[in-house]
Design a protein around this ligand. Sequence first.
Ligand code: IPM
Ligand code: MN
Length: 350
Amino acid sequence: MKATITLLPGDGIGPEVIEQSAKLLQTVASRFGHDFTFNEAMIGGIAIDKTGNPLPDETLRLGEQSDAILMGAVGLPKYDAAPIRPEQGLLKIRKHFGLFANLRPVKAYPVLADFAPLKAHLLEGVDMLFVRELTGGIYFGERQEQGDGNSAYDTELYTVPEVERVAHVAFRAAALRRKKVTSVDKANVLAAMRLWRKTVVKVHEDYNDITLEHVLVDSCAMHLLTRPASFDVLVASNMFGDILSDEASVLAGSLGMLPSASLGDGRFGLYEPVHGSAPDIAGQGKANPIGTILSAAMLLRYSLALETEAQAIENAVEAALATGARTADIAGGGPWLSTSEFAQEVITRL
Ligand code: IPM
Ligand code: MN
């Protein structure tokens, strides 16, 4: 098949992991007889450096002309206190394309069990999917930080349709998995979270073969570590999903392992690793490319409907790990491969 993929390397380790993942996608194309065209555009700190805008119009234009976007990461310490921040580019692009559902699969790799900080028996069978609401809630609510400098506020606001559509994504995903949805909220305190729970309960009426559990977010943070294998699909607000998925990355061995897919109503999607730009290790070959490589697999699965190819990438990653190939973050002090060497191990096994 013919497809156009826009690459947004972004900041920090973004360019390194994108370069390797593009190489891998190119290998998939030649191995399976596809024709992928790659465009490259700017987002984040690099875009502010060059144009003053974290999301230039040219990036949106190229994105609109493509089947999917593969992004690295955004964020640079020098913009920490700046009025225009790299992260604004990411929030804007999610909103622009209506990407309201962010899928973040987390599974424990048995070959990394000894490395993980949790006891090995707790990790057995860990395989969950976060469905994070991505274009609403406190990330996009009214905020105020000027005034007298003595106060600031953010607003958590959800509408019924916003909760409904992301809940449908979660229930449909669960139907193809172990048929359980855990809805995360803080309904004991927050009004927006009471609306969240009420709406999820209502949507659940369409899915009577799916078990629905409600867990308060604080309790969920604990249960992710005490009973991680009991979770199948978790559906959470923008902020809660952000926080809990970083926590859950510990179960996979490292934040560097987690991929994500941000989807809207159609096939178009934006794919990015869950990790950030990690400026402290940028340019040293220490970045783990797995999160981006597995995001590329999700791109093939969801935007291009190439399930066989997606699985080939996932299998190649597992095979590389099984032979003992490790990046710095999962080497536990042992020998490790650079970003490009590890990616090459995966490419070889395709
Ligand atoms: C993520 C990141 C972003 C978020 C930041 C960089 C804006 O942490 O994708 O999880 O909070 O959504
Ligand atoms: Mn995050």
